[in-house]
Ligand binder design. Sequence first.
Ligand code: F6R
Length: 237
Amino acid sequence: MIHYQVVDTYEELCRLGADLIATQIKNKPNAVLGLATGSSPVGIYQNLIALYQAGKLDFSKITSVNLDEYVGLSADHPQSYRYFMQKNLFDHVNIDPAKTFVPNGLATDVDAECSAYDRRIETLGGIDLQLLGIGLDGHIGFNEPGDRFIEETHPVLLHPSTIQANARFFESIEEVPRSAITMGIGSIMRARKILLIANGPAKKEIIEKAVSGPVTPLVQASILQQHPDVTVIYSKL
Ligand code: F6R
């Protein structure tokens, strides 16, 4: 079931989103958080950092698993998702670095990395709260439109619109990696709670398709309609 909330500003979205995550952490201090990168969650992470700095949040027992990573980028590459997480959250809170997991984009055996990632999530007991952004093509993680929902963590060729959208983070579009490793729809759907966020007019059409359009692998986020506990927050700006 989706609880769909529309707010006016990104600031409001971030406050509400951070509150939901903070409540999860307070209710279960050793929670497993599924985290996302990209521009949408940045303000949420800033709010969480502020709560931590104010002594209102403790990450010491938290474990995190990230959705995805570019293939070919090392942890210290400024556009890698590991680097993003360090700079936007992990370096600023008291999370144990050994308990932060991001797929290894440099794995020589990508398939082995993918199955190890799924085993890791399973061993952790699954994800308590999964934070998601949404791509303009409806992707969640890097689960791109296709003819089916792929359950397991897997390598993906990025959709041209995703490469285009992510080019803003790189010097040129040629530098955007063509492939990534992404958590599959299975681990996402097994998360006990999901928070999907989207902001700005460009995301309006796709978020509405995801929330109330037909459930189809052409809009991967639409599968969330079949999850029992999803909060979607869309901000108009
Ligand atoms: C990031 C991720 C992606 C993004 C999506 C939206 O870890 O999994 O699905 O959430 O591409 O990106 P932004 O927020 O930059 O519009």
